[in-house]
Design a protein around this ligand. Structure first.
Ligand SMILES: Cc1ncc(COP(=O)(O)O)c(C=O)c1O
Length: 390
C-alpha cells in the first residue's frame, strides 16, 4: 500500500489485490484473512505510527468489508460507513458512541423491539434515560428534544408502520443541537435517503433488503466522516462487532440487485395490501401507502406490513394452512413470511413487554417476497378460507 493513501480508499486496495491475482475478476475477491503481514520492521512501525494506511487486522480494516462500506455510503449519500456483524451491533455501537451516564435520548415509539430493549436494559443501567415520542407528532418531538443527546428514528416503524416526516424531525433535532440517527432498513436507500433529508446518521440491518437473500446477518452505519469517525474511534474497535469478509461479499452481491428487488417487493406488497383491505374479514391494513399519502422523502414502499383480522378468525388455522408463506421472523429476503401478533405477545421471557410495540393480538405481519403476486394471493385466500370456515 502506498504512503499517504486515503485511509479508506478501497479502490487502491482492491486494485492492488486484483493486479496481484491478475484474474480481472468482475466480482471483488473475498479477502478472508484475519491479519495482514509486513515486509519489514520499518513498514510495520510506519503503520503503527499512522504514517501509512493499510490493513493490519480485519477487525480494523479489511478490503472486502471496505468495498461494501463504500458502496453503501455512495447509495445513501454518506462520506464514510462502517460494517457490523449485525444490525443490532450497528445500533448499539452507534448509540453508545454518542451518550454518557446522565444523558437522555429521544426515540420514536414502536421502534425495533431489540433496540427498545437495549434502551431499557444497558442504557438504563448506564443511567441514560429515553423519552418515547410519536414521530408523527412533531410538536411532541420538539418538546422532548431540548437537552437530549440523540434522536433515534425509525420510519416506518417496525410493526404498525407509522411513517414520519423524517426531514422535519431532522430539522428539529438540528435546531436543538441533537444528533439524529435513523434505522432505514425498511425503505432501503432505494426509497428513502435520510442523509439527503438532513438526518446525521443512517443505519441498517443489512440482514434485510441490503443482503436480500436471507443468508447473512449484518449491519452498517453511514454519515459524515466526522460522526462515523466517532463510532470508529471507540465503539467499533472496542465492542468489536465487525462485519466478516465473506458476509461483506454476500452483501456486495445483494446491493447489485437491490433496485429491482425493491420495485418487485413494492409492487406485490401494495397489490396484496389493497386486496386484503377489501376483505370483510380484515379490520385494518397497516401499510404506509394505504394509511395516508407517503411523507415527504419516502419515495416508495417495501414488502413488509401488517394487518388486523376481525374477531372470530382462527389465526392458528390461517398460519398452518399457508404453503408459500412460511412462519418466520426477519424479512427482506426473496421469501414470503408471516409472524402472527399473538405469537409475539407470548414472548414473556424478554425484558419489556411486546405490548409496547403496538402489536395487536389479532394482527399478522407479512413480508411479501418475490414469488409472484398471484401465487401469493392464492395462498392467502386459501388460508383465509380455512381460517373462517368454522
Ligand atoms: C427494523 C429492524 N432494525 C434492526 C434489526 C436488527 O438487525 P439484526 O437482526 O441484523 O441485528 C431488525 C431485525 O429484525 C429490524 O427489523
Amino acid at each position: 500500500m502506498t504512503n499517504g493513501a486515503d485511509p479508506f480508499d478501497f479502490a487502491s486496495l482492491i486494485v492492488a489485490h486484483d493486479e496481484a491475482n491478475a484474474f480481472e475478476a468482475v466480482v471483488p475477491p473475498i479477502v478472508q484473512t484475519s491479519l495482514f503481514t509486513f515486509g519489514s520492521y520499518d513498514e510495520m512501525v510506519a503503520a503503527y505510527r499512522g504514517e501509512i494506511v493499510r490493513p493490519i487486522y480485519t477487525r480494523g480494516l479489511n478490503p472486502t468489508v471496505r468495498a461494501f462500506e463504500e458502496m453503501l455510503a455512495k447509495l445513501e449519500g454518506g462520506e464514510d460507513a462502517l460494517g457490523f456483524a449485525s444490525g443490532m451491533a450497528a445500533i448499539s455501537s452507534t448509540v453508545l458512541s454518542f451518550v454518557e451516564p446522565g444523558d437522555r435520548i429521544v426515540a420514536v415509539r414502536h421502534c425495533y423491539p431489540d433496540a427498545f430493549r437495549l434502551f431499557g436494559t444497558h442504557l438504563k443501567r448506564m443511567k441514560i434515560e429515553v423519552t418515547y415520542v410519536d414521530g408523527r407528532d412533531e410538536e411532541a418531538v420538539a418538546k422532548a428534544l431540548p437537552g437530549a443527546k440523540l434522536l433515534y428514528l425509525e420510519s416506518p416503524t417496525s410493526w404498525v408502520m407509522e411513517a414520519h416526516d423524517v426531514g422535519a424531525l431532522a430539522a428539529l433535532a438540528k435546531r436543538h443541537g441533537v444528533v439524529s440517527v435513523i434505522d432505514n432498513s425498511w425503505a432501503s436507500p432505494i426509497f428513502q435517503r435520510p442523509l439527503t433529508l438532513g438526518v446525521d446518521l443512517v443505519l441498517h440491518s443489512a440482514s434485510k433488503y441490503l443482503g436480500g437473500h436471507s443468508d447473512v446477518v449484518a449491519g452498517i452505519v453511514t454519515g459524515s466522516k466526522e460522526l462515523v469517525g466517532r463510532i470508529r474511534a471507540e465503539a467499533y474497535p472496542y465492542l468489536g462487532g465487525k462485519l466478516s469478509p465473506f458476509d461483506a461479499w454476500l452483501l456486495i452481491r445483494g446491493l447489485r440487485t437491490l433496485p429491482i428487488r425493491m420495485k418487485a417487493h413494492e409492487a406485490a406488497g401494495l397489490e396484496i395490501a389493497r386486496r386484503l383491505q377489501a376483505l370483510d374479514v380484515v379490520e385494518t391494513v397497516c401499510h404506509p401507502a394505504l394509511a395516508n399519502r407517503l411523507p415527504p422523502g419516502l419515495n416508495g414502499t417495501s414488502g413488509l406490513f401488517s394487518f388486523i383480522f376481525r374477531e372470530g378468525v382462527d389465526i392458528r388455522a390461517f398460519a398452518d394452512r399457508l404453503k408459500l408463506f412460511k412462519l418466520g421472523v426477519s424479512w427482506g429476503g426473496h421469501e414470503s413470511l408471516i409472524v402472527p401478533g399473538e405469537v409475539v405477545l407470548e414472548q414473556k421471557a424478554q425484558p419489556n413487554s411486546a405490548h409496547a410495540f403496538g402489536i395487536h393480538a389479532r394482527s399478522v405481519r407479512l413480508h411479501i417476497g418475490l414469488e409472484g403476486t398471484e401465487a401469493l394471493w392464492s395462498d392467502l385466500e386459501t388460508a383465509i378460507s380455512a381460517a373462517t370456515e368454522a
